[in-house]
Ligand binder design. Structure first.
Ligand code: ATP
Ligand code: MG
Length: 394
């Protein structure tokens, strides 16, 4: 196995001062998590603005890189070779061997880019690059130098040991999950909410989730679909505690007592209230939904205002300005799309009115909700006390 080390790059801009340690600790933890299901053993450590993943055992380098592309905070992943500093001649030999293995066809343009983090090293960066470039040209005369648009950039980083690499896979960017508190995602079986969770997690927020189902109107398969989506999201977010709430009796009460044109809005308001309850219990700092302005009747500006009214916590709606096609593309990219489009019914689709209000007046909605006043407290308590929590891992 040529690559025993994977050099991980991350953006340093957001991480001045003591935040830097939080950022790096979280990154190391998330890298460990992402590598849990990858064959091989891995040792993650950090050194001078880089994180190194050392690999042992029977691992597949491509699989390691792939797993690391799921870790927010990483900007680049470079499979690298690390050697002891045994002088310039030895380094040259290692590099020539490396180039020979990775690029059997030497008809290439290249440049050498050195970075000397160890200032004790006897050669300066430019000097080292030039000297190595010369040796490469001597050994492989077919290779040509191109400093502006080389096909191969050989990066050499000098620390206590010397690492070199010539391949970099772009990471997902963002911030490591766990550096920005946590949020409660309202996760349905649709296309939007997993993408919304992904986007907020990308900013370093840990994800918890709540799913409302309505048995027997919604099936076990619909619930399994949400569990599957949570599992797919967990590849990026880390483990997700998913609350599964039985919403049937609340929905039936709304259906029985409230104007049918207002069903969806009233239902959404109770979902938000319950999700906020669980969010508080879990110490979350906000709610997250997959809403986008105008997507459906319950997502007009008026409907969103009426839904928002019942929440004390901030509600994060990262898809608010996205068109459906843009959301679909993101869900394809993160791998939730195929599951999201499976045709199982959702609890919202069963109790829908033919002509839902599109401009609900909050005062009217509040009055309609009063019709539930003798039953709703008991039903909410029942929904809370019977909720099941599943710890979902990738
Ligand atoms: P999705 O937005 O996930 O594609 P959808 O388009 O059917 O589902 P709506 O029914 O309009 O969405 O709901 C808007 C948002 O409300 C969802 O993005 C999700 O955050 C939340 N939500 C809807 N139904 C449920 C549910 N059964 N359980 C949890 N959250 C839900
Ligand atoms: Mg939607």
């Amino acid at each position: 196995m040529m690559y025993k080390v994977f050099l991980v790059k991350y953006a340093e801009i957001a991480i001045k001062g003591k935040n830097r340690f939080l950022f790096e600790d979280a990154l190391v933890r998330q890298i460990g998590y992402a590598l849990q299901n990858v064959e091989g053993s891995f040792f993650v450590h950090r050194m001078q603005g880089r994180i190194f993943v050392e690999a042992e055992g029977n691992y597949d380098a491509q699989e390691v890189v792939e797993a690391l592309t799921h870790v927010f905070g990483i900007t680049g992943i470079c499979p690298a070779v690390t050697v002891d500093d045994e002088g310039f001649e030895a380094l040259t030999r290692h590099i020539l061997d490396y180039l020979d293995q990775v690029y059997p066809d030497k008809n290439l343009t290249f440049k050498v880019k050195s970075r000397r983090a160890n200032k004790q090293y006897p050669m300066e960066s430019m000097e080292l690059s030039a000297a190595l470039g010369e040796k490469i040209l001597e050994a492989y005369p077919q290779m040509k130098v191109d400093v502006h648009h080389p096909q191969v950039t050989l990066n050499v980083e000098v620390r206590e040991k010397i690492s070199f690499y010539s391949d970099e896979t772009v990471g997902p960017g963002g911030m490591p999950v766990g550096t920005n508190g946590s949020g409660m995602l309202l996760l349905s079986g649709g296309i939007d909410s997993p993408v919304a969770g992904y986007m907020i997690a990308k900013r370093g927020v840990g994800i918890k989730a709540t799913y409302f189902h309505a048995p027997p109107y919604t099936s076990e398969r619909a619930k399994q679909k949400v569990l599957d989506l949570a599992k797919q999201m967990a590849v990026y977010t880390g483990p997700i505690d998913l609350r599964i709430v039985n919403f049937t009796d609340i929905q039936l009460a709304i259906y029985e007592k409230c104007p049918h044109a207002e069903l969806t809005i009233i239902m959404r308001r109770y979902m938000m209230r319950l999700a906020e309850h669980f969010a508080e219990e879990e110490g979350c700092l906000g709610l997250i939904t997959g809403e986008s302005i105008g997507q459906v009747a319950s997502q007009t500006m008026q409907s969103l205002a009426a839904t928002n009214e019942v929440c004390r916590m901030p509600v994060y709606r990262p898809l608010i300005g996205f068109d459906k096609q843009e959301i679909v593309e993101l869900s394809q990219k993160i791998g939730t799309y195929e599951t999201s489009i499976l045709p199982y019914e959702d609890c919202c689709t069963i109790f829908v009115a033919k002509h839902p209000v599109t401009k609900p007046n909050p005062a009217v909605i509040r009055r309609s909700e009063e019709k539930l006043s003798d039953v709703i407290d008991g039903l909410m308590e029942e929904a809370i006390s019977t909720a099941e929590t599943v710890h979902v891992t990738a």
